[in-house]
Design a protein around this ligand. Structure first.
Ligand code: NAD
Length: 367
């Protein structure tokens, strides 16, 4: 069998710095676990604009469609702020998501015990937290028509349209149920069926998919505003939360921050299965290009490394190796190894990006 293929797009700012540590982790799995990837690397964002005058070259887009998974660092930076909207670095990322039809965005909120003090919530509320928000990513109010700003009489009116088809709801619901089967077997679906017709349809379709295809998974429904309250009141009641694009945008940021630093947060965006059964997939840290610390060796590579762990789990069915990698990260944090973003009020000496990579590789060796 051919090796699984990975396209690496380090991007801008700290993207290449954190991705260099992921490359070391990928090499470690090749050398120690007989898990060898065919890795190719290309440009995205400002780096692609500098070379090609576009934030994503057509050849790179074509490669992304062919590989088993794409791993992206970050895009953007002040150098590109004045560019035309159509060639801004972020457009490269949006084009990848759109053309790969990545409709299911997975945002885990997992609290590593060693970092429980970093949460703004009480330690006992977040310690051991492990939830997954599944956000619909390619439809809903961010894309619905009509949209725009027009004049009515003497004043301007802003319009956006929340629109979902049954099939759009059904496919993201399936994605959530499939995930739940590999985790705690519970899905909570969030919408505003009390005030929105699209919410009524959302609730109906999620229930129908459940009853017809996933009766063994525990399903509950919650209004999204209550969901926001419950997330900060008692987040451990949830396993998988599935919700639309707009509510998911807000709720996933809220849930992510339960766990502390932006430098710790991975994500996955999945599409339909390809011919080989693997879903179209893009894995990336939640953080951006962090221009304020670029080139200083301060970036925390863990979000990007955990994004690779998600790729192992969701694209390559390598759950045991994903556990191994996440365990190594947990061990390093428990040992008190910290990049600057993870320094608490008690202080200490932060390690560099490369030293965090060293520590994680050492923990993998020792596991
Ligand atoms: P950001 O995520 O880049 O940074 C926010 C803060 O968090 C900064 O202080 C940064 O130093 C810190 N931070 C982020 N990641 C870190 C890490 N791994 N280790 C340590 N500290 C980290 O967000 P921003 O400053 O609002 O945006 C900067 C640029 O990134 C902008 O051009 C923005 O458009 C872009 N951006 C890109 C993405 C993406 O590629 N997916 C996401 C968000 C922002």
């Amino acid at each position: 069998m051919a090796n699984p293929s990975l396209l690496i797009l380090p991007g801008d700012g700290i993207g290449p710095e954190v991705m260099a540590q992921v490359r070391r982790v990928i090499d470690w799995f090749g050398a120690n676990k007989d898990l060898v990837f065919d890795v190719s690397e290309d440009l995205v964002g400002g780096a692609a604009y500098d070379k090609h005058g576009t934030p994503l070259h057509d050849d790179t887009m074509a490669k992304a469609q062919e590989v088993d998974a794409v791993l992206l660092g970050a895009v953007g930076g002040p150098k590109y702020d004045d560019l035309d909207f159509a060639v801004k670095p972020e457009r490269g990322l949006l084009r990848l998501r759109k053309e790969m039809d990545l409709f299911s965005n997975l945002r885990p909120a997992q609290c590593f015990d060693a970092l429980a003090d970093f949460s703004s919530l009480k330690k006992d509320v977040v310690a051991g937290l492990d939830i997954m928000i599944v956000r619909e990513l390619t439809s809903g109010v961010y894309f619905g028509e009509p949209r725009g700003i027009h004049k009515e009489g003497n004043e301007r009116v802003g319009v956006n349209t929340q629109r979902y088809t049954e099939s759009e709801i059904a496919r993201v619901a399936r994605s959530a149920f499939e995930l739940a089967k590999r985790r705690g077997n519970k899905v909570c679906s969030m919408e505003k069926a009390n005030v929105m017709e699209s919410g009524i349809l959302w609730r109906d379709v999620v229930q129908e998919i459940h009853d017809a295809e996933y009766p063994e998974v525990e399903l509950s429904h919650m209004y999204a505003d209550n969901g926001a309250m419950q997330l900060v009141r008692a987040p451990k009641q949830f396993d998988v939360i599935v919700t639309d694009n707009l509510f998911g945008d807000v709720l996933s940021d809220c849930a992510a921050m339960l766990t502390g630093s932006l430098g710790m947060l991975p994500s996955a965006s999945l599409g339909l299965p390809m011919g080989n059964g693997r879903p179209k997939a893009l894995y990336e840290p939640v953080h951006g290009s962090a221009p304020d610390i670029t080139g200083q060796g301060k970036a925390n590579p863990i979000a990007c490394i955990l994004s690779f762990a998600m790729a192992l789990r969701y694209s390559f069915d390598e759950g045991a190796n994903a556990d191994l990698l996440e365990g190594a990260v947990q061990k390093v944090l428990a040992d008190g190894v910290r990049t600057a973003d993870l320094m608490g009020p008690e202080g200490g000496t932060p390690v560099s990006t490369g030293e965090m990579g060293d520590a994680i590789l050492a923990a993998l060796d020792a596991a």
